[in-house]
Design a protein around this ligand. Structure first.
Ligand SMILES: [Fe+2]
Ligand SMILES: [Fe+2]
Length: 470
């Protein structure tokens, strides 16, 4: 599947390359360029070097009209865009979607360009942005370099938003509108047994049929791409949605794909299976009262986490990165289950967390006796999801307890990024805590955070519209 995607990227960019004129008189000339894919071929030291040396500038600071001075290649060395080509707005948009994260521009180094991007931001707007961002990060240690980098990036981003889209920037997640006393709400609730909740819950039996079949395919090592195509093709609604996605700009395939079996061939069975499961599980959780959670916001958060998790896993060349997309998509499913099955408890948790300016997880433990991550893990185990997926969900707020700490750490960092970027919310108002051990075990360069954030921003809107349509 990944190979298929790479092939498409090469094919797509090679095609673009042919159309671009050579522009020798451009104001900016790119001395060199790199992409996340290219960086993947380097060892860790070289990755660090590629991102922090030679005046490489973030794709955020690259503007139309700049000219590539070196070929852009994928991690296998195949040509994406040839040296000398001038970049257009459309190229920049697609480069972001595909993960090209920085370029090196002659005559305009990183500081100059990124400084220029701050020009026009009034000091009071920057200050206001910083206050808002720090409020969201209040449960994090800003002395941790990774947290400081996220705060820096988010402050600039927020300042631009405050200046350009003040109405959007002012909007914040409103997890609970209740004003009742949290103490009063807690007193009226009885303890909950999470195992009984799972085994006695009748709605579990009504999991969408197609979802159950997809799970069977996922869990059966003898399943083939043909089985995936067959299960999906039998659900006309799901098939139609998937075909819209694979024909979207997210995949950039020029020839129209009109059957699921061809989609499996082109983008891969794992990828299609992941998307199908994500689409069908969204339907299962419809009908949760909006006073508890805005479902559009919940899935925006979840899809953002999935995209970020896949990008982080890709950086490490972790096998089968699609499972990280699904894990990110489902990482807070325990919270959704609480909203659906225990609305009174959910309300009490939200109100108490709001009143105390607390993260939700400790309040969940206090009121329910368990957390959303524990319930989410138990739910995925009950549904017979792969063990790795179940464990990564269970430990996404405490990777140190996971057998595979790195995989759980990927989900935690992805969750932190989704919150930092204000990509929706699963009810949480604050950025979850990123600890030094989690960051260190991932071995990422600091520059990765901003570059990946830009990619998530661009990929999210491309794919989310397909998740949220009827
Ligand atoms: Fe969570
Ligand atoms: Fe989350």
């Amino acid at each position: 599947m990944v190979v298929g995607l790479e092939f498409m990227a090469v094919w797509f960019f090679s095609d673009i390359d042919k159309k671009l004129p050579l522009c020798e008189n451009s104001k900016y000339r790119v001395r060199g360029s790199s992409s996340l894919n290219k960086a993947l071929t380097l060892n860790r030291a070289k990755k660090q070097e590629s991102m922090e040396s030679m005046g490489l500038i973030s794709i955020n600071a690259v503007k139309p009209g700049m000219v590539l001075a070196q070929d852009v290649r994928d991690r296998n060395g195949r040509l994406l865009i040839r040296q000398g080509n001038e970049l257009s707005d459309e190229h920049l948009r697609i480069l972001r979607i595909w993960g090209v994260v920085e370029a090196d521009v002659e005559g305009a180094d990183r500081e100059e360009l990124e400084g220029a991007s701050r020009e026009g931001l009034a000091p009071e707007i920057l200050e206001r942005a910083k206050v808002l961002v720090l409020e969201r990060f209040q449960h994090n240690d800003s002395a941790l370099p990774a947290v400081a980098e996220l705060i820096r990036f988010c402050t600039l981003r927020k300042a631009r938003e405050l200046q350009d889209q003040p109405a959007k920037a002012a909007s914040r997640p409103e997890p609970a509108r209740e004003t009742a006393s949290p103490a009063l709400a807690v007193k009226q609730l009885k303890p909950v047994d999470p195992l009984r909740l799972l085994t006695e819950d009748t709605t579990l039996g009504s999991l969408p049929i197609v979802f159950q079949k997809l799970l069977s395919v996922l869990n059966d090592s003898r399943s083939s791409a043909t089985d995936v195509a067959e299960v999906i093709s039998n659900d006309t609604d799901l098939s139609a949605k998937l075909l819209r996605i694979v024909n979207s700009a997210f995949y950039g395939i020029r020839s129209k794909i009109d059957t699921i079996s061809r989609a499996v061939t082109i983008i891969g069975s794992n990828q299609l299976l992941s998307l199908a499961m994500g689409l069908s599980i969204i339907n299962f959780f419809k009908g949760i009262p909006s006073e508890l959670v805005d479902m559009a916001s919940f899935w925006r958060h979840s899809v953002s986490c999935g995209i970020a998790a896949r990008l982080i896993a890709s950086f490490h060349r972790t096998p089968n990165t699609e499972r990280f997309f699904v894990t990110g998509l489902l990482h807070d499913i325990g919270r959704l289950f609480i909203f659906k099955e225990l609305p009174d408890y959910a309300k009490a948790i939200l109100v108490a967390a709001r009143a105390r300016q607390s993260l939700l997880t400790p309040i969940e433990s206090e009121i329910l006796g368990f957390t959303h991550q524990k319930l989410g893990g138990a739910l995925l185990k009950h549904w017979k999801f792969p063990v790795s997926l179940e464990k990564n969900v269970r430990y996404h707020h405490e990777p140190a307890k996971a057998v595979n700490r790195n995989e759980a750490a990927i989900i935690l960092l992805a969750d932190v990024m989704a919150h930092a970027l204000e990509h929706g919310s699963s009810g949480e108002c604050y950025v979850p805590r990123l600890d030094a051990a989690t960051w260190d075990c991932l071995g990422l360069p600091l520059a990765f955070l901003g570059q990946t954030a830009v990619q998530v921003d661009y990929q999210l809107d491309e794919i989310l519209k397909f998740f949220m349509t009827e």
